[in-house]
Design a binder for this molecule. Sequence first.
Ligand SMILES: [Zn+2]
Length: 65
Amino acid sequence: MQIKCSSCAMPFALSKDEITQMVETFKANPTAVHYDAQCPKCRKMTKISKKQFTLNPVYKKMLEG
Ligand SMILES: [Zn+2]
């Protein structure tokens, strides 16, 4: 999953492990609306909304599964 840092605008990809962690976070907290991903360059947190995440049918399936 490609995202863009909200602080330094550097594009970076989330690893498979981070995707798994994000799915677990959303599953464990049904009220959570975003996940914080850390930028590899500036180390600042970038919010990934659940809505944005579930736009991808593969990830949506992971959340429902
Ligand atoms: Zn950054």
